[in-house]
Design a protein around this ligand. Structure first.
Ligand code: ADP
Ligand code: MG
Ligand code: MG
Length: 211
């Protein structure tokens, strides 16, 4: 397939809700180690609310799907991750405009816009032990794949694999942003919860119907 549609976008959110729900305790445990222990609960609450909205107000374009997710995450999820994920989905939706079919180039551009939104809001750089350590390698891989002529499915597979590697690579880092930055060297040896959840959500995109 050479493009992705609204059904893919909706399925991505549904699969994200499922993976966040399945990994709720795992994400709580990661955040207990270097944060305040609420990351799994925050995301599960937010994505559950997204599922309700998808049923009550079915979106008609990929952009509308991502904007629905953004508004819900911003209103239902406090802390750092809610506004950051909300900004990511909002910027991705804006980048996709009125398109009903997302090709590889637009997909890569949307992922880049999402990442740029997180950076604009949170000011984290790669190596700061945040979700950016998953998103930036994912975006780099997506752009490389799209430039090389890969299908959207292959772009998403490359992004998901890079995000997973990026999340694992946060283990040995000291955090420079977010709550984990208060721990100094005590953060070493623990995976960043937001990088872990970002990898799960990007894997969900690659598994969604149509990809
Ligand atoms: P809180 O820390 O407010 O309890 P969460 O636990 O839901 O919020 O989310 C924590 C995650 O948010 C971290 O693991 C990290 O990935 C991400 N995060 C925190 N601050 C930033 C930032 N400035 N930029 C990017 N990501 C951040
Ligand atoms: Mg937390
Ligand atoms: Mg919190």
């Amino acid at each position: 397939d050479s493009s992705l549609d609204t059904a893919w976008a909706v399925d991505w959110l549904r699969r994200s809700a499922a993976v966040v729900s399945e990994n709720r305790m795992a994400l709580i445990e990661l955040d207990r180690a270097i944060g305040d222990g609420d990351h799994g609960e925050n995301l599960d609450r937010g994505f559950s609310a997204i599922l309700e909205k998808l049923d009550s107000e079915p979106p008609l374009t990929p952009a509308a799907t991502f904007k629905l997710a953004a508004m819900t995450l911003m209103s239902k999820v406090g802390g750092a991750a809610g506004p950051l994920y909300g900004t990511a989905f909002l910027r991705m939706g804006t980048a996709m405009g009125e398109a009903v079919e997302i090709d590889s180039a637009l997909l890569a551009a949307g992922l880049a816009a999402a990442r740029d939104g997180v950076v604009a809001r949170g000011k984290a750089e790669v190596g700061d032990k945040t979700m950016i350590d998953a998103w930036t390698p994912a975006v780099d891989a997506a752009i490389s794949a799209a430039d090389a002529g890969a299908s959207p499915a292959a772009v998403l597979a490359a992004a998901a694999a890079a995000a997973e590697s990026g999340a694992v690579a946060t283990d040995p880092l000291i955090a420079h942003k977010g709550r984990a930055s208060y721990l100094g060297e005590r953060a070493i040896g623990h995976r960043d919860p937001g990088a872990a959840s970002s990898a799960m959500i990007l894997r969900a995109a690659a598994q969604a119907g149509g990809a």
